[in-house]
Design a protein around this ligand. Structure first.
Ligand code: SF4
Length: 696
């Protein structure tokens, strides 16, 4: 049997997988002992990948209005529809909504078509929902969207601070690595900052169950304390940063006592942070998914800049991404406010990308971010929407409004591997895409490690690669020369070449030989970190250990971070705060993990966690059925009474959809407020009421 080295398609840890096809459409799945992210480990989801490979529920043929059509007919229809919309309403009447599930090559192709040749930047990715606040925070602080550290920093740290992250369930292999390191090095301490007591707290020396949304107040308080205690790295701050005084003035105006923590816990956390040189602060959706998400990110980074703890072994701020290729999307510009190769819409960047792609139709300004994009569809301003590999009718906030917007859209297109999802149901043109086991390309994990995804099962039916579908539409629109790729290796080389194009001396990235990699080299490409600093040897491949940030003066910026409450406060009608997130054994909207009986055993049905005091006030017991009602919608869940949530808070999983359970789509109730800088929705704070429903 041939064993194929590929990469897990779920979370941002990016574990290597060895797949051995069984000749009957299945495969044995094992962890790749040689992959640097996991060294043979897999979590429950990764280990069950072999149980998700069946062709049941696959979209196998192109369809228009529910009728099977040929590929030529479908592609002609899409190209003609896009051409008509642009001719009648202009390029900004077209939009793409793409996904962190796409491979980098697919992402690159979609971005090149819409920004480079359709003439609009109305392309956004579902990664907007998981890490856009970190991207904006990085740019403010570092002058670029650069993750400074590596996974090994968690194992080398003496203090690991986890903020808004249930690492044990959402990034399990990284949690396993941290747990093993802590057992091997008893002096290592772990602090978990999360309103919920999650499974991650099992290894915590200190759990700070702060008031939801008070992270900025906490880290402003830490910055003030560090400065007062003389923990400032004076030389680093003087030589490599700017803006400390203003940031300190804003931070000291606040009060960490408003976080709802005991004075003793607060003092202990501040003391450990002040005294521990090797400190890593990892943060995830609890930080990012907030109307103050970017400020939360910068409040954390400020503390690392003050102490000079960045870019050296065992220290640094670290944003971990939710999806397998959120980072790849950041590299190729899948966010509506970015161009390819980490470039923005500055005149020099526009000139460079336009000349490299050989186009005069390059979008000249940023496009709409996800929530605004679907609002524009709903208002009829966007007439043609192409969705790739994601399920916004279930996953966007205010999700029923997204479904209504799609229903009103003149041309709704979806490229998908699955036959049935809330979004596939809502789109008129359905294009069958390859699934994980059939795809070929690359993904980039949270530590910037690029790994190959390799096919180990044949493409079923008429399913095609996403990049091929995009290139065929481009060809029909008259742009064939710019999309004349013969395979993903061509696209990868072009992506690498664009990163290198007229770039020497400006980005400090070691491009290496990837732009001229031949097909054989691409085929056997081993995982590697990219971009890496040219002075990698001095810092072990980390960025910023010696300063040298990407602002024009090469200095990092302290950013003043005002304390702001979440957008929508609880009120007498909606007195509870709804927090949403993942459970251990499901992924996104369950189109793949939902096929595994073993995975379903962990959480067989959707439940809402409710504190005993709030349950008693509503005469609710575990097992009762309750409706979550907000200003935006409602969802129904089985009640789970638990003191893991704070009084006044409730937690519900994001996975169940209208496809799976007619009424447990939690995003129907989630508010659509966004961070004003990043556009990331506030998925973790919606005022709701919980009402007991009679059991029929
Ligand atoms: Fe896949 Fe993430 Fe689990 Fe690794 S930790 S096996 S990448 S889901």
């Amino acid at each position: 049997m041939t064993v194929v080295a590929t990469t897990c398609p779920y979370c941002g840890v990016g574990c290597g997988v060895m797949a051995t096809p069984d000749g009957m459409g299945g495969a044995k799945i094992e962890g790749d002992r040689h992959h640097p992210a996991n060294r043979g480990r897999l979590c429950s989801k990764g280990a069950a990948l072999g149980e998700t490979l069946s062709l049941e529920d696959r979209l196998l043929y192109p369809e228009i209005d529910g009728q099977r059509v040929s590929w030529d007919a479908a592609l002609d229809h899409v190209a003609a529809g896009l051409r008509t919309v642009i001719a009648q309403h202009g390029p900004d009447a077209v939009a793409f909504y793409v996904s962190g599930q796409l491979l980098t090559e697919d992402y690159y192709a979609a971005n090149k078509l819409i920004k480079g040749f359709l003439g609009t930047a109305n392309i956004d990715t579902n990664s907007r929902l998981c890490m856009a606040s970190s991207v904006a925070g990085h740019k403010r602080a570092f002058g670029s969207d650069t993750v400074p550290g590596l996974y090994e920093d968690f194992e080398q740290a003496d203090l690991v601070v986890l903020v808004g992250s249930n690492l044990a369930w959402c990034h399990p292999v990284l949690f396993q690595r941290l747990d093993a390191a802590k057992r091997a090095r008893p002096r290592m301490k772990v602090v978990v900052i999360d309103p919920r007591r999650t499974e991650t707290c099992d290894i915590a020396d200190l759990h700070l169950a702060l008031r939801p949304g008070s992270d900025v107040a906490l880290f402003n308080g830490l910055l003030t304390e560090l400065h007062q205690r003389g923990a400032t790295a004076a030389d680093f701050v003087a030589e490599h940063t700017a803006g400390l005084d203003a940031a300190l003035a804003m931070a000291s105006a606040g009060d960490a006592g408003t976080c709802g923590l005991s004075a003793a816990d607060l003092a202990l956390f501040f003391d450990w942070f002040a005294k521990t040189e090797r400190t890593v602060t990892l943060y995830s959706q609890g930080v990012n998914q907030s109307t103050a998400g970017v400020d939360k990110v910068n409040a954390i980074i400020n503390c690392h800049l003050l102490t000079g703890r960045i870019g050296r072994p065992g220290m640094g701020p670290f944003s971990i991404t939710g999806q397998p290729n959120a980072m790849g999307g950041r590299e190729v510009g899948a966010l509506s406010n970015a161009l390819a190769a980490h470039m923005d819409f500055a005149p020099a960047d526009l000139d460079r990308v336009g000349r490299f792609w050989g186009t005069s139709r390059l979008a000249s300004k940023p496009g709409l971010k996800a929530v605004d994009l679907f609002d524009a569809v709903g208002r009829g301003e966007i007439k043609a929407l192409w969705i790739m590999a994601t399920n916004p009718v279930a996953s966007m906030p205010n999700a029923d409004a997204v479904r209504a917007a799609l229903a009103a859209c003149d041309l709704s297109i979806v490229s998908e591997a699955v036959r049935a999802s809330d979004t596939v149901d809502a789109c008129r043109v359905r294009l069958p895409a390859l699934a994980w086991a059939e795809k070929e390309g690359t993904v980039t994990n949270s530590e910037r490690c690029i790994s190959r995804q390799r096919p180990f099962l044949p493409a079923p039916g008429e399913a095609r690669p996403d990049w091929w579908i995009i290139a065929e539409v481009a060809r029909r629109l008259g742009y064939g020369d710019a999309f004349a790729w013969t395979g993903p290796a061509d696209i990868f080389r072009e992506h690498a070449a664009l990163s290198a194009f007229e770039n020497e001396g400006t980005r400090d990235f070691d491009i290496g030989a990837y732009a001229t990699l031949d097909d054989a080299g691409y085929g056997c490409l081993a995982p590697f970190v990219w971009p890496a600093p040219t002075k990698a040897a001095a810092t072990g491949g980390r960025f910023f250990g010696g300063g040298d940030f990407f602002h024009v003066d090469r200095r990092a910026r302290f950013v003043g971070t005002p304390v702001r409450p979440p957008e929508h406060a609880p009120d007498p009608e909606h007195p509870l705060r709804l927090n949403t997130g993942r459970v251990r054994d499901q992924w996104h909207t369950m189109t793949r993990t939902g096929k595994s009986v073993r995975l379903a055993g962990h959480r067989p049905e959707p439940t809402v966690d409710l504190h005993p005091l709030d349950a008693a006030a509503r005469n609710l017991r575990t097992g009762d059925i309750a409706e979550l009602r907000s200003r935006w919608g409602r969802a129904v869940f089985k009640v789970h009474v638990s003191d893991a949530v704070r009084p006044g808070d409730i937690f519900a999983p994001m996975h169940w959809t209208a496809q799976l359970s007619r009424s447990s789509k939690v995003n129907a109730a989630v508010n659509p407020a966004v961070d004003r800088l990043s556009g990331q929705p506030e998925l973790k704070h919606t005022p709701v009421q919980v009402l007991k429903l009679p059991v029929c």
